[in-house]
Write a protein that binds this ligand. Structure first.
Ligand code: ADP
Ligand code: FDM
Length: 215
């Protein structure tokens, strides 16, 4: 396939604890990028619309139980099944703004007893590598002020505290472009910072091939 004259789109991932504002910021970012003439689309993981996504969704809603390794591999498979579509869009010059990715995959499973970070990463090795990973940093006490936890699996404060520690470990990886955003500020302040980082990543991505995650 010949290269687009204007270059590929950027893969931008938002991560963070529950209620940090990921979904709010993903939507605002896509809107702002489109308004400034940069094609962009939002995605989210898990993508609950596929067959694998429906298995995951039932598990999260506690309508079914799945063995812990099995559900980890399903979350990863749910990303891999969307890789052809992601590549096609990126190559067409569309930037993707993604609500959670492999980092959530590793942080949540490795918060369970008996799961190492190393084991958890393996199924996602080689996924399209994000050009930018924005981590929305929010203290658990501040997240609590934004409302109660829902009733889905993993929505407890003890579990989320371990998840946060796992994210902090993943953020030490210098091969990824992590940007930590203080999510305790206003929606508009956060948006401005996220937009600036994203515009830089989009400019840089045009000149580089899509990388491979953790490889
Ligand atoms: P996440 O996707 O990370 O779980 P959401 O974007 O769904 O977070 O936001 C969780 C809740 O917090 C929503 O009620 C949202 O309106 C609110 N919220 C989002 N960003 C902020 C912010 N910067 N300050 C205060 N409340 C926020
Ligand atoms: N989650 C999300 C995982 O455990 N593994 C993953 O790979 C991903 C992408 O699923 F508790 C968890 C994180 C969260 C839940 O909730 C998804 P939202 O509200 O759809 O983000």
């Amino acid at each position: 396939r010949s290269k687009m004259p204007c270059g590929r789109g950027a893969l931008i991932v938002l991560e963070g604890v529950d209620r940090a504002g990921k979904t709010t910021q993903c939507k605002k970012l896509v809107q702002a990028l489109i308004e400034s003439g940069r094609p962009a689309e939002m995605m989210r993981f898990p993508d609950r619309t596929t067959k694998i996504g429906q298995l995951i969704s039932a598990y999260l809603e506690k309508k079914s139980n799945l063995e812990d390794h099995t559900v980890h591999l399903l979350f990863s498979a749910n990303r891999w099944e969307l890789v052809p579509l992601m590549r096609e869009k990126l190559e067409r010059g569309i930037s993707l703004v993604v609500d959670r990715y492999a980092f959530s995959g590793v942080a949540f499973t490795s918060a369970k007893p008996g799961f190492s970070l190393e084991w958890c990463k393996i199924p996602d090795v080689g996924l399209p590598k994000p050009d930018l990973v924005l981590f929305l940093q929010l203290h658990p006490a501040e997240a609590a002020q934004r409302g109660q936890f829902g009733s889905e699996r993993y929505e407890t404060s003890d579990f989320q505290k371990i998840v946060l520690q796992r994210f902090e470990h993943l953020m030490k990886d210098p091969s990824l472009n992590w940007q930590v955003i203080d999510a305790a500020r206003s929606i508009e302040d956060l948006h401005a910072e996220i937009k600036t980082h994203s515009e830089t990543a989009i400019t840089m991505a045009k000149k580089q091939p899509i990388g491979e995650l953790w490889k």
